[in-house]
Ligand binder design. Structure first.
Ligand SMILES: Nc1ncnc2c1ncn2[C@@H]1O[C@H](COP(=O)(O)OP(=O)(O)OP(=O)(O)O)[C@@H](O)[C@H]1O
Ligand SMILES: [Mg+2]
Length: 1078
């Protein structure tokens, strides 16, 4: 999603005022109050128009993150709260898009944050400009040049733990697209005196401490150094350690940075060797040695250090030793050599150390320039960043402070010039009437210092070049003469003491009323420092060094190039370079960052109003605001102005169709802002009083709240409506789909039902037709068949008589008839007798009549028997019935039976009626006697038999004595259960009685009779007719008979013939009665 552009303004959520032109009322107090208020809220940046004021927070603030970079990127200057990034962005875009070279001038006193600001600007530009491997390398080299230069050019001072002791101007070069190509660094006047001496509470340059702390033992040995700071005279001891600074880690950072910037390993080593040599130089000490001619001569106390230095630098020890003892002056082919006293020797030593170090520093800058210089010759766009040492007022101010403050004076001047010029130009550009403003112009002070004829620097040079004895005092005298009347110059001897408050101005001093305050300079050392003299013997000794770097640092030591002309003085050199710088700056579009130091303690959260007030004054901030506000406090292009306030008027809200300017006019008329309060420029509206702006802001705020409510209302309505519409639409879609689906479903159902019905009907119709057709066909077929049969029948009927096939059958039948006829006729004559027992039957004449013949025989036999039977009387019938019964009971069962067949059953063999012996017996029996016969009753004890009369009546069985006729026993027929007999040809039989009946008390009866078959048959028949029960007749060769209590087995065996043909009975043992049958 594209990032939404939110139109914001500097005026949103302001703490105090973000732009001091809006201060009301405007005076020093309100300015300081505003700064304090903002500082207390961690708002360290404040604008005066396009100038950024930065108050050092002395703590890290979360306002430099990559997100912040993104926030400020491509945004208008006044769109967001004041920030150094806004200025950087403005400068970069103006450079890239409008092709205007830029310079960023960072001023402020020592410790105010200039160096930090310059780094922030550089890092911002690095972050927003083009990307790519090559571009990134350039960026990295540009950024990494800082740690290197800071290590060699910065030192801890009482004001700043990382004070820049040189001025630095860096041109960053870009191509037409705004990608960095490279850069050029110019350095201004390193404070080299620091190398040999540091004020109390200060340190030498960082690099010395970093080297001793961070170098490996091996490197230290190689450089012949010891880690202990106290071993070196040049290292001030009282503040060798700086709180929160890790020198060892910084050493690694610096070496790494050197590598990135492009230093070769041997170059970096050479540099450290020079640093080591400088350190060791400080340890060379001299002692006086009287000479004959009375002149003092110095001698090196301990030559060991000297020896080591010579080893390090490859200088002949004797050459260097001599250079510390003699001074050779050459004039017009004459060489005059004078000895140096101890003081001169020390001077020479220190001069050498200072020169060695400062030249090394310049060499470093050049070396870095070589690395970072743009590789192309195409036209470049340039952004210059100036980080110069700030205005300084110390207790003892010397030549260096004079130079530094002069430089600041020049910067202030260019600031005033450019600001005013720009302001004026804007008024002209915008066609607004210009009102003159009173402001302090420091050109007069610059003139005091740099005037070519009677400026202080010119005077100093004159003194230095003048033959004869020249001292600092003579220089001061000269000043007193020449500058005495200058308003900004004071000295004890000057006649002008208008600014003098205390009369105790020291003797060897002069005071200059700088734009930023009065500074008292000690004149001592001015001449020397300006001369910056290094004895030729020393430079020649250096040139002779085997160390390539050192040799290159002292080109004037080359005897072949002896230049008798004096080198330009330090002052004039500086003046020239400042002049070049100023010229350079004037060609560029200036951007100002004015740094303010809130306290002297390097502490966060402390805002020392006195200190700030002083800075506000000398930075001329108030004047700056006044200039900016001359006539009109606030200005803004028409478009953003209309954009910001359009909601205050109906015609311009929400959209204005015409040009922005007309819109603003309408808006201001509508709001009834007094006409004298504003002016219309070409592209900007100018507002006279901040009050008016604040009134606009208040109205806007009020209106915004109303609008927010309105927007909220409309949005809510819109949201609900959209939601409703969506729901409705969705519902319609769903309903449509559902209906479609339902209809489809119904249609399909109807369709399939129709199909089913259709198919049934069709099937039904088809089947009906089929049935009809089949019926019709069958009818036709039947008719045909019937007709065919009918015709057939008719025809056959008609023609049967003519069939030959029928003849055979007819003949056959006829023949058969004849044969049967003949058979029956013959049988008539051959019929046997009518005796049923006649077995004769004529033989069969024809085989096919076999069954007929047999049947005929059977029918004839049956008929004969019937005829025979029909002759029987009832008496005979009964006898035959009995015979038939006997046959059924015994035929093929008992061997005795066949012999009985021929004997007629007589029944009462014994004629009781006729025998008087039996009269009594006859009287006792009332019933009809069926059997009366004499039987042998077998004695069960011994098998012997006794005769008894056996009588069977309709209901009883009677036994009587044969002789007396007395009844021995009487058994009712119902008590007879069974009759047992053998299968053999004997007449024994047993009558078994029902157990427990009266007659059974003596047990069963065992008899033998000649008429066994008849008796058994009649007993059976009588019992059946009387009791309706079939008497059980058991035929077995072994059966049990009950005698009293015992059971005796009657067993029939095949007997031998010797007893005759009568069966004998014998009692074998208790249980067995054996009957032997012959
Ligand atoms: N924007 C900042 N945020 C946090 N700390 C800062 C900021 N600016 C400066 N400081 C702190 O203040 C110290 C001094 O700042 P800096 O070295 O930039 O001062 P200077 O103006 O360059 O001084 P000099 O003129 O002595 O070189 C820094 O070391 C840092 O601790
Ligand atoms: Mg600095």
């Amino acid at each position: 999603m594209a990032k939404m552009e939110v139109k914001t303004s500097l005026l949103d959520n302001m703490i105090g005022v973000g732009d001091m032109v809006l201060l009301e009322p405007l005076n020093e107090d309100t300015v300081i109050d505003n700064l304090k208020k903002r500082f207390d809220h961690s708002e360290i940046y404040t604008y005066i128009g396009s100038v950024v004021i930065s108050v050092n927070p002395y703590r890290s603030l979360p306002i430099y993150s990559p997100e912040k970079v993104e926030d400020y990127r491509n945004r208008n200057f006044y769109e967001l709260s004041p920030h150094i990034f806004a200025l950087s962005d403005e400068a970069y875009r103006s450079l890239r898009d409008q092709d205007k070279d830029q310079c960023i001038l960072i001023t402020g006193e020592s410790g105010a944050g200039k160096t930090e600001a310059s780094k922030l600007v550089m890092s911002y530009v690095a972050a927003v400009c083009g990307k790519g491997a090559e571009v990134n390398q350039v960026k990295e080299q540009l950024l990494q040049s800082n740690p290197v230069l800071e290590a060699f050019g910065n030192a801890k001072t009482v004001r700043n733990d990382n004070s820049s002791r040189f001025g630095k101007y860096m041109d960053i070069e870009f191509d037409f697209k705004g990608d960095p190509l490279g850069g050029v660094i110019s350095n201004y006047l390193l404070e080299k005196s620091r190398v040999v001496k540091q004020p109390r509470g200060e340190r030498n340059f960082h690099v010395f401490y970093q080297l001793l702390s961070g170098a490996s033992e091996e490197l230290l040995n190689k450089l012949k150094l010891e880690r202990d700071f106290s071993r070196y005279n040049y290292l001030g001891l009282d503040s060798a350690k700086v709180n929160g600074v890790d020198d060892a880690a910084n050493f690694r950072t610096v070496r790494n940075a050197m590598q990135i910037v492009g230093f070769m390993d041997h170059e970096a080593e050479s540099v450290l060797e020079v640093v080591a040599a400088v350190l060791k130089l400080g340890n060379i000490e001299f002692k006086p040695e009287s000479r004959v001619n009375g002149l003092d001569e110095s001698k090196i106390k301990d030559k060991n250090e000297l020896k080591e230095i010579c080893e390090l630098t490859g200088i002949d020890q004797s050459v260097l030793e001599r250079a510390f003892s003699f001074r050779t002056v050459e004039a017009k082919q004459e060489k005059v050599s004078t000895t140096l006293n101890v003081a001169q020797a020390y001077y020479a030593r220190d001069a050498l150390a200072k020169n060695l170090y400062s030249r090394l520093f310049s060499w470093l800058v050049n070396r870095i320039n070589e690395s970072i210089k743009a590789q192309t010759k195409v036209r470049k766009k340039v952004m210059g960043v100036l980080d110069i040492y700030g205005f300084e007022i110390f207790e003892d101010n010397s030549f260096e402070q004079f130079i530094i403050n002069y430089c600041n004076e020049k910067l202030q001047q260019i600031f005033i010039e450019l600001t005013l010029k720009e302001e004026q130009e804007e008024y002209i550009r915008e066609d607004i009437e210009w009102t003159h403003i009173e402001y302090f112009n420091n050109a007069i002070i610059c003139d005091l210092i740099e005037n070519n004829t009677n400026g202080i620097l010119a005077m100093l040079d004159e003194e230095c070049l003048r033959p004869g004895t020249v001292t600092d005092e003579t220089f001061l005298e000269k000043l007193n003469q020449v500058c005495a009347t200058h308003q900004h110059f004071e000295s004890r001897m000057s006649k002008c003491s208008r600014f003098l408050n205390d009369t105790s101005l020291p003797h060897s001093c002069f005071r200059i009323q700088h734009y930023a305050g009065k500074v008292l300079y000690q004149v001592e050392g001015f001449v020397d420092k300006n001369n910056d003299l290094l004895y030729r013997d020393l430079s020649q000794a250096m040139w002779k060094a085997g160390h390539a770097l050192i040799k290159s640092l002292f080109p004037e030591g080359n005897p072949a190039k002896i230049n008798l002309k004096r080198p330009p003085t330090a002052g004039s050199q500086f003046k020239a370079s400042v002049a070049t710088l100023m010229k350079n700056l004037q060609t560029k579009n200036p951007n100002y960052i004015r740094c303010i130091k809130p306290n002297d303690k390097k502490a966060a959260h402390i805002f020392n109003e006195g200190l700030v007030c002083h800075q506000v004054r000398y930075l001329g901030l108030l004047e700056n605001v006044r200039v900016r506000r001359a006539g009109y406090a606030f200005r803004q292009a028409y478009e953003p102005c209309l954009e910001r306030y359009k909601m205050l008027c109906k015609q311009t809200w929400p959209h204005w169709k015409g040009p922005a300017r007309a819109g603003v006019e309408v808006l201001f008329n509508e709001l009834e802002i007094p006409v004298e309060e504003y002016s219309f420029g070409r592209s900007k509206i100018f507002i006279r009083n901040p009050r008016t702006l604040f009134k606009l802001e208040d109205l806007r705020k009020q209106r915004l709240e109303d609008l927010a409510t309105l927007i909220q209302k409309i949005y809510r309505g819109w949201k609900c409506r959209t939601h409703f519409l969506l729901m409705r639409k969705s519902q319609i879609v769903i309903a449509a789909w559902f209906r479609r689906y339902a209809q489809q479903k119904r249609y399909q159902q109807i369709k399939s039902s129709a199909l089913v019905i259709q198919s049934y009907i069709r099937g039904w119709k088809a089947r009906k037709i089929l049935r009809e057709l089949k019926h019709q066909k069958r009818c036709e077929e039947a008719v045909t068949t019937i007709a065919a049969y009918w015709h057939g029948t008719q025809v056959r009927r008609e023609y049967r008589k003519f069939f030959r096939a029928n003849a055979g059958k007819k003949i056959y039948e006829f023949t058969l008839q004849r044969i049967v006829q003949k058979y029956f006729l013959e049988m008539k004559s051959k019929v046997p007798s009518l005796s049923p027992i006649d077995k004769n039957w004529p033989s069969r004449p024809y085989l096919f009549l076999d069954s007929t013949h047999k049947e005929l025989k059977r029918i004839f036999h049956l008929w004969r028997c019937k005829k025979y039977r029909d002759q029987f009387t009832d008496q005979q019938k009964l006898i035959y019935e009995e015979k038939l019964e006997a046959s059924e009971l015994f035929k093929d069962k008992k061997a005795l039976y066949p012999s009985s067949v021929g004997q007629p059953f007589q029944g009462p063999y014994l004629e009781i009626n006729k025998n008087p012996k039996y009269k009594k017996l006859k009287d006792a029996i009332e019933e009809k006697i069926i059997i009366a016969e004499v039987v042998n009753k077998i004695n069960r004890a011994n098998g012997k038999s006794t005769s008894r009369i056996f009588l069977l009546t309709n209901n009883n069985l009677l036994l009587a004595d044969q002789k007396s006729g007395q009844i021995k026993s009487e058994v009712p027929l119902v008590d007879v259960t069974k009759v047992s007999m053998s299968s053999q040809n004997d007449g024994f039989f047993a009558i078994h009685l029902k157990e427990g009946c009266e007659a059974a008390s003596k047990g069963d009866f065992l008899f033998s009779s000649d008429h066994l078959i008849e008796m058994a048959t009649k007993l059976y028949r009588t019992t059946l007719s009387q009791t309706k029960q079939k008497l059980n007749i058991e035929i077995s060769d072994e059966f049990l008979v009950q005698f009293r209590q015992d059971k005796v087995c009657v067993k029939f065996i095949q007997g031998n013939q010797k007893n005759g043909s009568v069966p004998t009975c014998k009692r074998k043992n208790n249980r067995l009665l054996e009957v032997a049958v012959p």
